[in-house]
Design a protein around this ligand. Structure first.
Ligand SMILES: NC(=O)c1ccc[n+]([C@@H]2O[C@H](COP(=O)([O-])OP(=O)(O)OC[C@H]3O[C@@H](n4cnc5c(N)ncnc54)[C@H](OP(=O)(O)O)[C@@H]3O)[C@@H](O)[C@H]2O)c1
Length: 351
């Protein structure tokens, strides 16, 4: 890369099942210049998020797919290098949909200015960004937590799960996490303050079945489960369902165990058919299952920041970041994150 060229990662082909490095391609091209109302941003840190797996598939979803040859989508933070936008000046730190790239030109109105004096800019990608906001919204608006209740959340040490667990603890709930591996389970309890954390893998790192996860979960949740914050689907969901209390709530946030199945098609995906049992459990226990997509709720971001930024500042809400180095390593970090290779919010340092 020279002074007037940039790099980006494009979608080279659509994954068949789990993504592999060949699904991505690193390209070098001239740095574009901003037009009226636009700014050129030098990207500093890119966020890698599970939703990007969905964008790699063609077909119906809540957002359009990334086209072949297009820059992979992603939120990132960076510094303004040149501005033709009235509200942004050279040197400003911004967050926006900058993509998997070293540089990006975007309209000024698509960017949010950050104050690096308030919090490290990387927090805008995790604990004080979209994932943290997702945890806060799903828990408070859809989970409706009440003191003394029991909450279960998987992907417990990730930016969504750790936010949900910590906020639920602050509200006086019993909080049980589920995570992959002994190290993550220790982190959930010792750093994020969960009451217990169950490993969904065995000592050899293989997936455990729903029955064995369920037996341990039953012990960890002696009063049943009032809120299951759904991040993963799969065996964890199967284990949880039978333990839900009447009037329980399930904020349905993600189903990462099934993302490689595709699944918005007419066949509804090809996963194990647990529909009859799931549907009947929802009926018999009068459960409230609330699917949500956080981008429908951006208007609540200021409320989230007003409540949670001070908690992060005071250390009452903690966070972990896992920072890979170099844009060229983004595909490997992304592929690993989808399988649980990340310890905390997965970020790629670009500059
Ligand atoms: N609805 C929305 O608007 C919205 C917004 C943001 C995020 N989400 C969803 O929220 C969930 C968490 O996101 P995040 O950013 O916080 O991700 P994350 O926790 O940083 O990373 C994903 C984690 O999923 C876990 N995982 C992967 N495969 C699994 C499986 N088969 N069974 C159980 N766990 C598995 C792994 O953790 P372990 O190693 O601990 O298993 C992995 O580290 C994802 O499903 C994501 O799609 C939804």
């Amino acid at each position: 890369m020279t002074n007037d060229t940039m790099q980006r990662i494009v979608l080279a082909r659509r994954p068949q099942g789990a993504p592999v490095p060949e699904d991505f391609r690193l390209e070098t091209l001239p740095i574009p210049q901003p037009g009226p109302g636009e700014v050129l941003v030098g990207v500093s840190h890119l966020s890698l998020d599970p939703y990007m797996r969905g964008r790699m598939d063609a077909g119906k979803s809540y957002a359009a797919a990334v086209e072949l040859g297009q820059t992979m989508e992603g939120g990132a933070v960076g510094q303004v290098l040149a501005s033709q936008a009235p509200d942004l000046a050279e040197g400003d730190w911004v967050f926006g949909p900058l993509g998997w790239a070293s540089h990006a030109v975007l309209p000024g109105h698509a960017l949010r200015r950050l104050d690096p004096g308030q919090a490290p800019v990387t927090t805008a990608l995790g604990v004080l960004g979209m994932p943290g906001f997702t945890g806060w919204y799903g828990l408070t608006e859809l989970g409706r937590p009440r003191t003394g209740e029991t909450l279960v959340v998987a992907a417990a040490t990730g930016p969504v799960g750790s936010m949900v667990g910590q906020l639920a603890k602050l509200r006086g709930l019993r909080v049980v996490g589920i995570a992959g591996g002994a190290r993550k389970c220790r982190l959930a309890v010792e750093e994020f303050g969960f009451d217990a954390c169950i490993d969904h893998k065995d000592a050899g790192g293989r997936a455990r079945d729903a029955r064995s996860i369920g037996a341990e979960l039953e012990e960890a949740c002696p009063d049943g489960i009032d809120i299951y914050f759904e991040n993963v689907g799969g065996a964890v969901l199967q284990a949880v369902l039978g333990l839900m209390n009447p009037q329980g709530r399930i904020p349905l946030c993600g189903t990462i165990a099934w993302y490689d199945l595709g699944g918005m098609g007419r066949d509804g995906g090809t996963g194990p058919d647990m529909l009859p049992r799931a549907w009947r459990t929802i009926l018999v226990n009068r459960l409230k299952v609330s699917g949500f997509i956080i981008s429908d709720h951006w208007n609540r971001l200021p409320d989230f920041l007003a409540e949670v930024a001070p908690l992060v500042g005071s250390g009452q809400v903690r966070y972990r970041e896992d920072i890979a180095k170099g844009l060229e390593n983004a595909p490997a970090a992304f592929i690993a994150m989808l399988k649980g290779g990340n310890l905390g919010k997965q970020i790629v340092q670009i500059a």
